[in-house]
Design a protein around this ligand. Structure first.
Ligand code: ADP
Ligand code: GLC
Length: 491
């Protein structure tokens, strides 16, 4: 199949969260399965070309794109995604993408990503490359399926092109005033009350994607179920209910070339499930590097996260005293909301022997924490998939998570597995969204940490779990096939 993959972030060029990881790895897996994949990415100025290993191989030239009544030029370059045959096309328009941030609150945020979406379609025209599938991801490309069907419906090139829309996070919907649709000449019926894109008098890009793509998915089975409820659906549940037949969950995989303790270039001591001794050395290295005292009997708890409500940091702030009384050390890496950055900054100040926090984005440190920590916490309020708990499982760093979304699909509670007497647990989880439940789950983990035999069993259970893309990439291929056959039937 020919697949055009549209994502506003792609690792290694640009990443603010898990979408970047997925867009940098799923296309490669699809191409290994024999599919031809082209990825499309805005050329932001947040990434330097050299330091991100970007070497343009092709210059596709200039394209003129009309938006908001103006014609703007975009320069298109292409490169190959490292270690693959996947081509990445960079939509280079400094006016929109040189903002020193990937996502902004600027008044033309709608226009930036509509421009990118139109750009993808027009680059495909320039290349005269007719994909079987355009795979759109999140609100930034939510309007693309509608544009393709209506505004570019005249172009025979796309006669057989079906669309898939992946929801990585329902919390970000791309809600703007209706002028957004006017800027790209979408028919007024779509933003009038009851229209496909209309939402409380404005327009909603995510809703548009849900109602217009041929097939829709999200990134874990549990989250797919949750999204149909009022509690988790964030206003989208009724639209997803309409599309229920065409909607499913596919768990993300991880890239074993990047996230593998046997080969990880960022960690000084490599290790595996057969020989965990390197993990212990990484812990010592990490603690020395952070300036914290090392004591092998004190568990080191890691956090790597965007510091936003989704990730459960209010549980953290409510339970702060109890958490700080626990006999553990903490290493925290994160960036995001000011109040959480302040909280973590102050903790490091208040508990210099116990807490180290790094506020900012640091890829290398995220690998070191996965390798050096004993326990990893993710008390998320909701979690579409979550990649850090998957990295943790892979690195023998026992996850303590709230049982929701993708966390529920990847982490099996050790105590539950004991009561079933199958000992298959690979972490610790809690259901109720309270700091008491969170602290209790963490206490359970700390208790088992001191029982070396049990702990190693839990670690190895996680490390041996297959969390690669192998299964999930195949599920995406079936999803694409469904989208293609559905579109054929409709014609
Ligand atoms: P989300 O996409 O909601 O942020 P995921 O767990 O799916 O959550 O993915 C987060 C990704 O971003 C992981 O690869 C994680 O290591 C990375 N990440 C998050 N915050 C940071 C940070 N401050 N520094 C480095 N990497 C980070
Ligand atoms: C989102 C979600 C996260 C998921 C990632 C990749 O950012 O918050 O749970 O793993 O997308 O799909």
């Amino acid at each position: 199949m020919k697949i055009a993959f549209a994502s506003s972030e792609v690792f290694p060029y640009v990443k603010t969260g898990g979408l970047g990881d997925v867009a940098g790895s799923l296309p490669i897996e699809l191409s290994k399965l024999g599919h031809e994949v082209k990825v499309f990415l805005p050329k932001y100025n947040v990434f330097g070309e050299e330091e991100h290993g970007l070497h343009y191989q092709w210059d596709i030239g200039e394209i003129q794109i009309r938006i908001a009544g103006l014609v703007r030029s975009v320069h298109v370059h292409a490169a190959t995604l490292p270690n693959s045959n996947v081509h990445v096309y960079f939509v280079d328009c400094p006016h929109y993408f040189h903002r020193f941030r990937v996502y902004t609150n600027d008044l033309d945020e709608d226009e930036r990503f509509l421009f990118y979406s139109k750009g993808i379609i027009e680059i495909l025209q320039r290349l005269a490359w007719a994909p079987d599938i355009i795979h759109c991801n999140d609100w930034q490309t939510g309007v693309l399926p509608l544009l393709l069907k209506e505004n570019y419906g005249w172009d025979k090139l796309f006669e057989k092109t079906a669309t898939v829309f992946s929801i990585h996070n329902i919390a970000y919907q791309g809600i703007f005033s209706k002028s957004a649709f006017e800027k790209v000449e979408i028919k007024p019926e779509h933003f009038r009350p009851g229209g496909i894109g209309e939402y409380y008098g404005g327009v909603n890009f995510l809703k548009t994607g849900i109602l217009t793509a041929d097939m829709i998915n999200t990134v874990s089975e549990t989250y797919a179920q949750e999204l149909l409820t009022e509690e988790y659906g964030a206003g989208m549940q009724n639209f997803l209910e309409i599309r229920k037949k065409d909607f499913l969950g596919i768990l993300n995989g991880i890239d074993y070339n990047l996230w593998n303790p046997e080969t990880d270039k960022f960690i000084p001591y490599k290790y595996s499930a057969n020989d965990l001794s390197g993990k212990f050395k990484n812990k010592r290295f990490l603690l020395e590097h952070l300036g914290l005292p090392f004591n092998e009997n004190i568990p080191l708890v890691g956090i790597v996260s965007r510091l936003v409500d989704q990730k459960g940091f209010d549980l953290f702030s409510y339970g702060l005293n109890r958490l700080m009384d626990l006999p553990v050390q903490w290493v925290m890496l994160g960036a995001g909301e000011y109040r959480y950055e302040t909280m973590f900054g102050e903790l490091a100040h208040q508990y210099p022997e116990k807490v180290s926090s790094y506020l900012g984005f640091n890829n290398e440190l995220s690998h070191l924490i996965e390798a050096g920590a004993d326990i990893f916490v993710m008390p998320s309020r909701f979690e579409p998939c979550g990649l850090n708990q998957i990295y943790s499982l892979r690195y023998g760093t026992v996850p303590v998570v709230r049982k929701t979304g993708g966390l529920a699909d990847t982490v099996q509670d050790w105590k539950d597995s004991i009561s079933r007497s199958d000992e298959t647990g690979n972490g610790f989880s809690f259901e109720e969204y309270t700091s008491e439940s969170f602290v209790r789950a963490l206490q359970n983990a700390i208790y088992e940490f001191h029982n070396k035999k049990v702990w190693q069993k839990i670690q190895v259970n996680g490390m041996n779990k297959d969390l690669s893309w192998a299964k999930s990439a195949g599920k995406y291929v079936s999803l694409y096939e469904k989208a293609v056959s559905k579109m054929k039937k409709e014609k």
